[in-house]
Ligand binder design. Structure first.
Ligand code: ADQ
Length: 469
């Protein structure tokens, strides 16, 4: 088995047993089990560019990390990654703020990653690069002479052709992406968008459903839907902390049901429209007065990017107006928590809720949807209301699927979820649980690494050449 080298923008702290964020949790578990290297930014900014990375051994994992310069952070992280690629890949051209300096900074930091990583690589390592921050990393490594098999997984959506083509450096970006041996996406829509781009721009020859050819290289392009460790999450949800239990008992006495939403505070998550749908629900169904509460947990992220402070203000305004309009001295319909919450608490809050609202305008997968299902009591499960534009909707078809732009439609779906009878809830949960358990964090990782480790590709190139001759 080759040594696995994982590269992501940030490295997580493996000494902490509980991480927040899907990528950190999944990769930390995989690396702990298999051993290997994790390389990335340590989260610090400094005045001068580092010339070497720090190495730390934690069990069988070698953590290699480095700081980046403040100017690089501004151009690469705040600029190109989060003010160009994130909005663009979430279909939000209106929020893209492109400057040539951002793209230069992006390429510069990817080169820094490559030059500090290269001395640590052995010839037979396999390298697995994560997410939109590091698209040009394989190209930068190749330019330094690194020939290891290298794969890339995109955690966020891949946009349709015309959206991508609206950004000035799209061709260079995709050319860089084609330096990987395996390119993984979350959904078949993302794969189709990418293949469509390659066809239209004549950038690769199609070999079969999962393979394209560029010069003499074969590249695997497939969907690898990310999952959660469903059993571990269910076990966590079953350990109800006292404060969550007391809150649930109080609701039970009052005959009140809880709706829950948990998201990073990001404009892609559709939070204002979700709040409006809740408000619409209360106006369309006055009988729900004091019978329902909506708990939204939305910790801050990327507050240095303007679009994020705008959404924060919008949500605070909506919370105030909804509670001002509907609350009573003994009922606060909407509770909005703007800080991280321990994963253990989140898990038991999911289990204590009748409805899980996951209504992003666009999302690569959305692990919260899968965690909500994993956390439920199968004998008395809650109902997942899921956006058709979350990657998870491709698998979790037994959820109540909604259009997150249709406020009235969402309000009616929430109402249906609140009144759904036990038999229907159990039937839906059974199908959802099976899917979440089957397509879990481990199967995601194994299926990607199987393709990355597969040595058969060059043979296929010779086969094609022979049949063409
Ligand atoms: P995110 O956009 O961060 O991930 P998501 O998939 O929902 O979105 O993962 C968030 C993770 O953070 C979940 O495990 C959740 O429990 C945790 N979390 C959320 N709010 C929290 C809070 N208040 N406190 C503690 N933990 C919290 C990106 C892509 C997604 C893709 C994932 C994984 O945007 O589309 O599913 O990567 O590939």
């Amino acid at each position: 088995m080759s040594r696995l080298v994982v590269v992501s923008n940030r490295v997580a702290d493996l000494r902490k047993s509980s991480q927040s964020g899907g990528l950190a949790v999944g990769l930390a578990d995989a690396l702990r089990e298999r051993g290997g290297v994790w390389f990335g930014w340590d989260g610090e900014t400094v005045a001068t560019r580092p010339t070497e990375a720090k190495v730390d051994e934690i069990g069988n994992v070698r953590m290699i990390s480095m700081p980046i310069r403040q100017e690089d952070y501004n151009d690469y992280y705040i600029g190109y990654a989060n003010s160009v690629l994130w909005p663009l890949f979430h279909y939000r051209l209106d929020l893209v703020s492109f400057r040539p300096a951002f793209f230069e900074g992006y390429m510069r930091v990817n080169l820094q990653f490559a030059s500090l990583l290269a001395p640590h690589l052995a010839d037979d390592d396999i390298v697995w690069v994560h997410d939109y921050h590091l698209i040009p990393l394989a190209q930068a490594l190749r330019n330094l002479g690194c020939r290891q098999r290298t794969g890339f997984f995109l955690h966020i959506p891949f946009p349709p052709l015309d959206l991508l083509a609206a950004t000035p450096n799209h061709r260079e970006l995709v050319e860089a992406l084609m330096q990987y041996d395996v390119i993984g996406f979350q959904t078949s829509t993302d794969v189709a968008n990418f293949r469509h781009y390659l066809d239209e721009w004549g950038m690769a020859e199609s070999v079969d459903e999962d393979t394209v050819r560029v010069d003499r290289r074969l590249i695997t392009i497939r969907r690898y839907p990310i999952g959660v460790d469903a059993d571990a999450f269910r076990e966590m949800a079953e350990q109800t902390p006292d404060d969550v239990r007391i809150d649930s008992q109080r609701r039970e006495v009052l005959g009140r049901k809880q709706i829950i939403g948990v998201d990073r505070l990001d404009y892609s998550k559709g939070l204002p429209d979700r709040f409006r749908a809740f408000s619409r629900l209360l106006s369309l169904h006055p009988e729900l007065e004091k019978k329902v509460t909506f708990l939204q947990v939305a910790p801050p992220t990327r507050e240095d990017v303007n679009a994020y402070s705008d959404i924060r203000e919008e949500l605070e305004g909506l919370t105030g107006s909804i509670n001002g309009r509907f609350s009573d001295f003994n009922w606060t319909p909407l509770r909005y928590i703007h800080r991280p919450v321990a994963r253990e608490t989140l898990a038991s809050l999911f289990r204590a809720s009748r409805v899980g609202l996951v209504t992003p305008l666009r999302d690569g997968m959305n692990l919260v949807a899968k965690e909500f299902v994993a956390a439920q009591d199968d004998e008395n499960p809650g109902v997942l209301v899921l956006s058709q534009f979350a990657g998870a909707a491709e698998e979790l078809r037994e959820a109540l699927i909604v259009n997150p732009y249709d406020i009235d439609g969402m309000a009616e779906a929430i109402n249906r979820a609140l009144y759904m009878d036990l038999d229907e809830r159990k039937d839906r949960q059974k199908a959802l649980r099976a899917r979440v358990s089957e397509q879990n964090a481990q199967t995601w990782l194994e299926s990607f690494l199987r393709d990355l480790e597969r040595p058969g590709k060059p043979v296929l190139v010779r086969d094609i050449d022979a049949s063409a001759a």
